[in-house]
Design a protein around this ligand. Structure first.
Ligand code: AMP
Ligand code: ZN
Length: 458
């Protein structure tokens, strides 16, 4: 039984697939107007481990992740500018080029982190017709009203609006300044925004209401329905999405189809940097390039994410990433020493699976993995086999290391031999110089009590 925390019911629930063995999983994806930051990357790593865990349980996952390439305003409450338009101005490119560039960058980040590509990645701009159709349905069912700047969802028409966040209107709005405009209630939100008069947007579409573009929330309701139906099994996103984006997705789908959008709603806690908020102006909005520039293995970031439960805040520091990288290197070194995989250990595999099935307890799953190494009773080949099993979820690329001695290029080996001679002669200056040369070729030397070891660095 897979147990997952459901934000909607505020409790841990057993997953009961709607159409076993199939599972429909929808994750809110990137707004492709800039590079994903490490907080976003944490979210994608987490939902990838969810997908992998479901697969390990022999479920057939259909994972859908949207690409937002229109309609995401800077302020989730329907004011501010479209993020894509801001990027167009900043970079002097067309919306299409911006979306294409940052989608490619996103996919490259995902590959580096061993995040499996979703089965479908629908783009909002390619599904405007579906969004218009859904807004029409909402209109027919009396959930909409028109203002001078758009068509809005009337949240007062849905008796249990607010059930995802569990907040009453006053709580929801405490401390939040909402541009009311002509909205009837601060929680009402745009389904369709009209293009401003006398301005031609590159991204605008004709509709029965007038030329304009869809609001941000409607894309996920329309596309999740198209690719997964209503209801589907699991919907995911960061905790920032609970109060507005997901509350509104859920409301629209219920309004239009009279059904719950998804049975289980899962949310990851935030990644913070140096115990604070990330921000462009704070200069700490790190992305994959920053990780690479500091010569970290991208998978060290994945390992770092696995070390913290997804519903706990992860405080990112470069020291913490260094610690994760050291642990990962140690793991690679240890698996290199194993024999070829054969017949895994059922007890450890069961413990690992039950940790993951217990609301994705990745820290405990990692602990099971490390415990396996220290079990002197277990044959090496069995450890190797079970590690391959664990890695179906961990995604640390262990298959590239298990039982494979490090292949050292001849030029590096000859420097290592020279350094060994220098050490015998106690020529420490020469030894240090050679170490630096070896390092420049991408290898690090580790002198142990018995012998010297080499490791490849990123
Ligand atoms: P966005 O492109 O802003 O819509 O964000 C993409 C995903 O990353 C969403 O699921 C967000 O909830 C999530 N997210 C945004 N910021 C953070 C953060 N600091 N830590 C973890 N997840 C985040
Ligand atoms: Zn969404």
């Amino acid at each position: 039984m897979i147990q997952l925390y459901n934000t909607l019911s505020r409790q841990i629930e057993s997953l009961r697939p709607i159409n076993p063995p199939k599972i429909g999983l929808y994750s809110c994806g990137p707004t492709v107007y800039s590079f994903a930051h490490i907080g976003n990357l944490r979210a994608y790593v987490i939902w990838d481990t969810l997908r992998r865990t479901l697969t390990l349980n022999d479920l057939q996952v259909q994972h859908v992740m949207n690409i937002t390439d229109v309609g995401h305003l800077t302020d989730d409450a329907d004011s501010g500018e479209d993020k894509m338009i801001i990027a167009m101005r900043r970079e002097g490119k067309s919306a299409f080029d911006i979306a294409e560039f940052y989608t490619k960058a996103f996919l490259s980040d995902m590959r580096r982190l061993n995040v499996l590509e979703p089965h479908a990645m629908p783009r909002a701009t390619a599904h405007v017709a579906e969004q218009i159709e859904m807004i029409k349905l909402l209109e027919t069912r009396g959930f909409t009203y028109r203002t001078t700047d758009g068509i809005y969802f009337d949240t007062s028409k849905l008796a249990d609006y607010g059930k995802l966040s569990g907040q009453k209107l006053e709580e929801k709005m405490a401390g939040v300044r909402v541009e009311m405009g002509e909205k009837k209630s601060p929680t009402d939100f745009a389904l369709w925004k009209f293009s401003p008069a006398n301005v031609t947007r590159e991204m605008e579409w004709d509709s029965t209401w007038g030329v304009g573009f869809p609001g941000w929330h409607i894309e996920c309701s329309a596309m999740s329905r198209k690719y997964l139906g209503v209801p589907f099994d699991i919907h995911t996103g960061g905790v920032d999405h609970i109060a507005v984006h997901h509350e509104n997705e859920l409301a629209q789908t219920e309004g239009a189809f009279g059904k719950l959008q998804a049975n289980i709603w899962m949310h990851n806690e935030f990644l913070t940097v140096d115990a604070g908020k990330m921000g462009k102006s704070l200069g700490n909005m790190y992305n994959m390039q920053d990780v690479l520039d500091r010569r970290f293995e991208p998978l060290a970031f994945r390992y770092l994410c696995l070390g913290t439960h997804y519903r706990t805040k992860l405080n990112f520091t470069w020291e913490a990433l260094k610690g994760a990288q050291n642990a990962l290197q140690k793991l690679y070194e240890r698996v290199r020493e194993l024999e070829a995989p054969a017949i895994g250990c059922a007890d450890y595999e069961r413990d690992f699976l039950s940790a993951m099935n217990n609301d994705l307890n990745t820290p405990q799953a990692l602990a099971v993995m490390w415990r396996l190494f220290d079990d002197v009773e277990l044959p090496s080949a069995g450890k190797a086999q079970s590690l391959l099993y664990f890695d179906q979820v961990l995604g640390l690329g262990l298959e590239n290391y298990i039982g494979k001695a490090l292949e050292i290029p001849a030029d590096v080996q000859s420097l290592v031999d020279d350094r060994q001679r220098a050490r015998v002669e106690k020529d420490w200056a020469r030894s240090d110089e050679l170490r630096a040369q070896i390092q420049a070729l991408g290898y690090e030397i580790d002198d142990r009590a018995v012998g010297t070891r080499l490791r490849k660095v990123a």
